[in-house]
Design a binder for this molecule. Structure first.
Ligand code: GTP
Ligand code: MG
Length: 578
């Protein structure tokens, strides 16, 4: 709330202009019934024809003035509130970007999307139309009440008696509508998620021949959506006639009692006409209050949800005086490292010493903790026991962006943006020369397939562009990591979709890039056998370690994997020996 208020305060000029226009429009609007009343009294009743021209000119001026001021008011509120929301959304997005990996494990994308979109839109409605109409209607109500009392206090009191009734029905309606609105909003989210997941996973749906089932699922939710909307329409239909009726009762009261006063000579006919016009300035605010409180309630609920994100502290951040070593070598050490996910141990007592320029390979069955291990190097997560050192400094004491800039990771799940291949590789890194860009692309074997594309590196990929094979995507992610020229390179199962030849070519290119410490997670012996040390993981522990030859020598799990993958070759060898 405070944050929103600060953002609104920054735009005070815009609000000041809009509110001034609003006030002026109301003031001149107040003269409208007055001149109508005067026309009745002086022109129609007394035949003062020359006055008609003055009154009509005044009414025309009021209309034009109202149109101009109305435009200024709406434009002012709209533009100013949009600026507030743009800034709020920017702050929210900045905050989300700051949060740690663990936050995204707990909050799904759909929810965060609705915070950025729907909740900010709810706030926009409140600070734009909400404030504008609330101010406008309150002022109309107050001024009109004063004028009505001044014109005829008895008639005003008679009319005011019906107001609580109108208000009662209005609030009852809004409470019901508010409830169905919540249901509609939830249902819309479900419908969106179903549609979005289906469209994103359309290939899977088709491949499994599940179209009918998915259509059925969607139709069911569409039907739900229809039902809730129908319910809302029914509520509106039920409550609107009584509100209309009560509003008209007020008019009937004005005309009946007012007529009586006119006949009795206590009031002129013109004044009665003016009175009945002013009375609408009283009824409208009453009718709108329900809607306005709903808008406000929704806005408050959205603020609360957004505040929760703003109050979220990034778990991983810089320490008080982070160290910023100038000479980075890329020496990574794990000392008695343990790691837990929500109390479940994932890594136990890990000790690794990866000297600058060395290659550590990690193998092990799925779920053994391989990705969890490499996630600790650049502090995607912090270890829960022991220490991880980078060039002799505990990673928690090192300046975070410096650390992350010196560790490049090719993640297990390839993610490419719907953009050109070049932008996907450069990924916003500045100061990269064309030669460096081409060298990274060549080393990652991207050049090989891009050179055959008519648009080359400018080819747009992803949703709006062409599709790529799994291996091609992996190669782009490798190039993205290489271009950063970091001292530490992590490759998490990132050559799994490549053929042996391409994998070998990439390995050779990597070997030429001296002085880079490499962590390679792979399932294929071919990808790890040249490493300085191979670690075999099981249940979060290193159960075997050594070079390729040493591990073959102990005939353990690595040896079994080797035999599995080279069965024919081993059999042939053994035959030869016999
Ligand atoms: P593969 O990539 O399949 O070869 O496995 P891995 O060796 O990389 O396993 P990883 O390190 O990803 O996971 C190790 C263990 O941590 C598994 O038992 C997972 O269930 C668990 N784990 C991974 N990510 C999370 C998470 O976000 N939350 C929780 N609670 N557990 C997780
Ligand atoms: Mg993994």
């Amino acid at each position: 709330m405070k944050r929103l208020w600060e953002l609104m305060k920054k735009q005070w000029r815009g609000y000041a202009i809009a509110i001034s226009a609003l006030l002026t429009a109301i003031i001149i609007d107040m003269y409208n019934p007055y001149f109508v009343g005067q026309i009745v009294d002086r022109v129609i009743m007394n035949g003062e024809m020359p006055y008609l021209k003055t009154a009509l000119l005044a009414l025309a001026a009021i209309t034009i003035g109202r149109a101009i001021l109305g435009y200024t008011k709406e434009y002012g509120f709209d533009v100013t509130s949009s600026k507030v929301i743009v800034n709020l959304r920017k702050k929210l997005f900045d905050q989300i970007q700051k949060l740690s990996f663990s936050f995204f494990d707990e909050n799904n994308t759909g929810e965060l999307m609705s915070r950025i979109k729907e909740d900010t839109e709810n706030i926009m409605s409140a600070i734009c139309y909400g404030i504008m109409l609330f101010l406008e209607q309150c002022i109309y109500f107050i001024i009109a009440t004063v004028i009505l009392f001044l014109i005829n206090w008895k008639l005003t009191l008679i009319c005011l008696v019906t107001m609580p009734l109108i208000e009662y029905v209005v609030f009852k309606l809004e409470r019901k509508i508010g409830k169905t609105y919540e249901k509609i909003s939830d249902q819309r989210a479900v419908l969106n998620t179903t549609a979005q997941q289906n469209i994103a996973g359309v290939r899977l749906v088709k491949a499994f021949g599940r179209e009918k089932h998915e259509i059925q699922k969607f139709l069911q939710q569409n039907e739900e959506n229809y039902k809730i909307n129908y319910e809302q329409a029914r509520t509106m239909a039920k409550y609107n006639p009584p509100i209309e009726f009560l509003s008209n009762v007020v008019l009937v009261l004005v005309i009946s009692f007012g007529g009586y006063f006119v006949i009795g000579g206590d009031m002129s006919l013109g004044t009665l006409v003016a009175f009945s016009n002013y009375i609408f300035m009283l009824i409208w605010p009453m009718r709108m209050m329900g809607w306005l409180t709903n808008v406000l309630a929704q806005c408050l609920a959205s603020i609360k949800k957004i505040e929760k994100i703003f109050n979220e502290e990034p778990l991983i951040k810089n320490c008080e005086n982070p160290k910023e070593p100038e000479d980075i070598r890329g020496h990574v050490v794990f000392r008695n490292v343990g790691f837990e996910f929500g109390g479940t141990p994932v890594l136990k007592d890990i000790n690794i010493d990866a000297g600058p320029g060395s290659t550590v390979a990690i193998m092990g069955i799925t779920g053994a903790g391989k990705s969890s291990l490499i996630n600790l190097i650049a502090r995607y997560y912090d270890c829960t026991a022991g220490n991880v050192y980078f060039d002799g400094i505990d990673v928690r004491d090192m300046e975070l962006s410096l650390l992350r800039n010196n560790v490049s990771a090719v993640m297990q799940d390839t993610f490419l943006f719907s953009d050109t291949i070049e932008e996907n590789i450069r990924f916003g890194v500045v100061g990269i020369t064309e030669e460096e860009f081409l060298a990274a692309s060549r080393d990652a074997q991207v050049e090989e397939f891009v050179s055959q594309m008519p648009d080359g590196y400018s080819t747009v990929i992803g949703e709006r562009g062409i599709g790529l094979s799994g291996g091609q995507k992996q190669r782009i992610s490798i190039a993205r990591a290489l271009i950063r020229k970091s001292k530490v390179l992590i490759m998490d199962d990132s050559t799994s979709a490549l053929d042996m030849g391409t994998e070998y070519a990439i390995q050779k290119a990597m070997d030429r890039r001296k002085g880079i410490t490499r962590f390679i997670i792979a399932h294929r012996v071919s990808a790890v056998k040249n490493a300085d040390e191979i670690l075999y993981f099981e249940n979060g522990e290193i159960v075997e370690r050594g070079t390729h030859d040493e591990l073959l020598g102990i005939r353990g799990r690595y040896y079994d994997t080797y035999c599995e993958q080279y069965r024919d070759y081993v059999a042939a060898l053994e035959k030869e020996v016999v």
